[in-house]
Design a protein around this ligand. Structure first.
Ligand SMILES: Cc1cc2nc3c(=O)[nH]c(=O)nc-3n(C[C@H](O)[C@H](O)[C@H](O)COP(=O)(O)OP(=O)(O)OC[C@H]3O[C@@H](n4cnc5c(N)ncnc54)[C@H](O)[C@@H]3O)c2cc1C
Length: 349
């Protein structure tokens, strides 16, 4: 049995804490805010998990595994937070052919979707869709609440909300009040704030999301609609369908911009107007805007993607989460747990 310290109570920290407790380790979760923290990147009505990663067979196989873990977590936590509605991605005939090839090689299902099958959604000219039935909407806030409840009831887990971490050493986490928490292995899962504590350089991004209420005559259609990606004027927009108490949400990488800090001056309204002008929804004027939210994520400065880095012999950090960091959290937990088991084996030897 190892002692595991997890800094940060977002999806990465909580999924890892659950896996660590299930593996029989002692776990401390140190979170500077409340648990769950509405200020974390993970806190939102929903996030999408996609299985099919066109042109990335290994990534697709890994995401199929992450998706299975989400189903296991749903049973473990006895809370419905996975909406298995699938995800459609738009693409040109050539792009879709390659995506079908990836699906075949990875052994995951996929099927063609004609744009007319999704009449409420605008497809970019010359594109149609590929349906990824393993894709799902994760009701993020609902998962976070259930995860905290499960961890709070677990005898080998200590949850410490309101506990800001100011320093990381090998086998040691230093707290704002000067106290220290010792651990065999540490995961720094501070989301976009991780790099303030540890890890390689990242670029911080802010992205604006708009929440909408569909017109009443489309409410029934939206109730079983899939997530849709690679739409909008330049194929960089996506939507998350309403359902399970969550609202319809749209966003686009076109309204994603680098910012120096998460507290940099707010400018969401102008970006929301730009988002609403994107060709994402047919008859968008019939939809009511019910909310606008800015959210931050960090990406690796070189690859633009997510990162899990070993920064000291006993310390791992997830400084860059990318735009698919929620769905991929079980993969981070798995990799981290592999490191914990190596520490455990050495101690037993
Ligand atoms: C607009 C937008 C849309 C997205 N959509 C998707 C999507 O559809 N699918 C998907 O898979 N991903 C998506 N993502 C990415 C995903 O939301 C994030 O990658 C993921 O939520 C990051 O989780 P995390 O636990 O690593 O970080 P966070 O959720 O940010 O949690 C970090 C926690 O660490 C705490 N913390 C930080 N510093 C300290 C400290 N010094 N001491 C103690 N605690 C600390 C924070 O308070 C916070 O609670 C999206 C991101 C954005 C911005």
């Amino acid at each position: 049995m190892a002692t595991v310290a997890v800094v940060g109570g977002g999806v990465t920290g909580l999924v890892t804490a659950i896996g660590s407790a299930q593996a029989g380790h002692r776990v401390r979760v140190l979170e500077r805010g409340p648990l769950p923290n509405p200020g974390s990147t993970s806190a939102d009505q929903h996030r999408v998990v996609r299985v099919l990663r066109p042109d990335d067979v290994d990534g697709t196989v890994r995401m199929a595994e992450a998706r299975r873990r989400w189903a296991e977590l749903e049973s473990l936590l006895r809370t419905e937070f996975v909406r298995p509605v699938g995800v459609v991605s738009a693409g040109t005939p050539g792009e879709l052919e390659r995506a079908f090839g990836t699906a075949r090689r990875a052994g995951v299902p996929a099927s063609a979707v004609a744009p007319g099958a999704l009449p409420a959604v605008l497809f970019p000219g010359g594109t149609s869709g590929i349906f990824d039935p393993g894709g799902a909407v994760l009701l993020a806030d609902r998962f976070l609440r259930a995860a905290v409840g499960w961890l709070a009831a677990h005898p080998s887990v200590t949850l410490r909300p309101g506990c800001a971490v100011t320093g990381i050493d090998d086998h040691r986490v230093v707290l704002a009040d000067g106290a220290a928490v010792d651990a065999d292995v540490v995961l720094v899962a501070g989301g976009p704030w991780t790099s303030e504590l540890a890890g390689p350089p990242v670029v911080l991004y802010r992205q604006t999301m708009v929440y909408l209420r569909p017109p009443p005559h489309l409410a029934g259609w939206w109730a079983s609609a899939p997530g849709v990606g690679r739409i909008g004027g330049d194929g960089r927009a996506w939507l998350v369908p309403p359902g399970g108490g969550a609202q319809l949400k749209i966003s686009s990488d076109a309204v994603c911009r680098p910012v120096p800090t998460t507290t940099a001056e707010r400018d969401g309204e102008a970006w929301a107007a730009r988002l609403l002008a994107e060709p994402i929804l047919a008859g968008v004027e019939g939809y009511a805007v019910v909310g606008v939210k800015d959210c931050h994520y960090a990406a690796d400065a070189v690859t633009g993607g997510p990162v899990l880095a070993r920064i000291r012999p006993s310390v791992w950090a997830r400084p860059a989460c990318g735009g698919s960091g929620f769905g991929a959290a079980p993969l981070v937990a798995r990799e981290f747990l592999g490191a914990v088991s190596q520490v455990d084996d050495k101690e037993c030897a």
